[in-house]
Design a protein around this ligand. Structure first.
Ligand code: TXA
Ligand code: MG
Length: 322
């Protein structure tokens, strides 16, 4: 079983030996390996059961290290880095040779971010290689926002989980790509589109393509719990799914006035940041009760709410064609 601890020297030694370590970030926990060691990176895919066509994100301790790994930096990427790194923003660049093809799934681009977590930043500063790290969950399952979430699903496959407490943002980074004509958000995430627009002008939000996902977080039924997530008007659905095996994931409202259901309220005050931090742990909490259905509702589609709605849609993808 994995040891859960706060010792960055233990983490450093394992990573230097080519082993995997789960690391905390402000978004979700990552399953990290030396990104310049293809064998270590291959272990990530093996442990997650992740398809090789799904490229990984490179984590750096600071912006100034980026030139070792990318061919050039678009002006607007520089502006975004200055404004939001360290933070929940991943950007896609033309990659340099030094990065193994396995990290980028053979693409000539690489996704990079500087995570905002003191333990992980200290660890990255002590390593002489960047960390490749996808979210530390089995492929297709809900991302982990606490060390115990990682242990529950991957505890037998890795040796060490660096415990940085619960993730402050709770939803994965926003992914942005730069093209000649336009700038595109490939994945909605912990940095709102409004914040990006305010910094560099209007960007486009990519419409997902299931058959050809550019960012496989785009795969339709990603983040899916075992229970079926029924997305819609909770009040209307309650009559239909009235059984002990039904749970509720609501935004603000208490639908459980008679105490009949298991319920998670994302934020009673309607605070979107609080809702984001509770989303994945709420889904996990309900899923651990072996429910048949989770009734969920959309949150207002603004700011982080767009990313929350995106994850809810994916969690319910079996039922909803969107
Ligand atoms: O917040 C996060 O981004 C977390 C933490 C651990 O940093 N990581 C994360 O990684 O969510 P992962 O592997 O679950 O999602 C990474 C996404 C994938 O959907 C992948 O397709 C996309 O990044 N990606 C990676 N490289 C890419 C590239 N060169 N072009 C387009 N998308 C890329
Ligand atoms: Mg993931």
């Amino acid at each position: 079983m994995a040891v859960i601890g706060k010792d960055i020297f233990v983490a450093k030694e394992l990573l230097e030996k080519g082993q995997l370590v789960a690391i905390p970030t402000e978004t979700v926990y990552g399953l990290a390996a030396n990104s310049l060691n293809a064998r270590a990176v291959a272990r990530i895919f093996e442990v997650k059961k992740r398809p090789f066509f799904d490229p990984l994100i490179l984590h750096l301790p600071c912006y100034s290290k980026i030139e070792n790994y990318v061919e050039y930096i678009p002006e607007k990427a520089k502006m975004l880095a200055e404004a939001f790194w360290p933070g929940p923003l991943t950007m896609i660049f033309k990659k340099k040779e030094i990065i193994p093809d396995l990290v980028t799934s053979g693409l000539d681009t690489v996704a990079i971010r500087v995570p905002k977590h003191p333990l992980t930043l200290e660890l990255l500063n002590q390593l002489d290689f960047p960390l490749a790290a996808p979210s530390a969950n089995p492929f297709g399952y809900i991302s982990p926002t606490q060390a115990l979430h990682v242990e529950a699903k991957l505890g037998t496959a890795i040796d060490y989980i660096l415990d940085g407490g619960p993730c402050e943002v709770g939803i994965e980074s926003t992914i942005v790509g730069f093209y000649e004509e336009k700038i595109v958000v490939h994945r909605l995430g912990g940095l709102s589109v409004e914040s990006i627009n305010n910094c560099i002008g209007e960007v486009e939000v990519m419409k997902e393509s299931v058959s050809n996902p550019v960012a496989p977080g785009m795969l339709k039924s990603h983040y899916a719990p075992k229970a079926r997530v029924m997305l819609g008007n909770i009040e209307d659905q309650l009559g239909k799914y009235q059984s002990a095996k039904t749970g509720i994931l609501s935004f603000r409202k208490n639908y459980n006035t008679e105490g009949k259901f298991q319920q998670v309220i994302l934020s009673e005050t309607g605070d979107m940041e609080e809702a984001a931090t509770r989303l994945f742990s709420g889904l996990r909490q309900l899923d651990s009760l072996h429910l048949q259905y989770i009734l969920a509702e959309f949150v207002p589609d603004q700011g982080l709410g767009r990313a929350i709605n995106d994850r809810l849609r994916r969690a319910s993808a079996i039922e909803n064609d969107f």
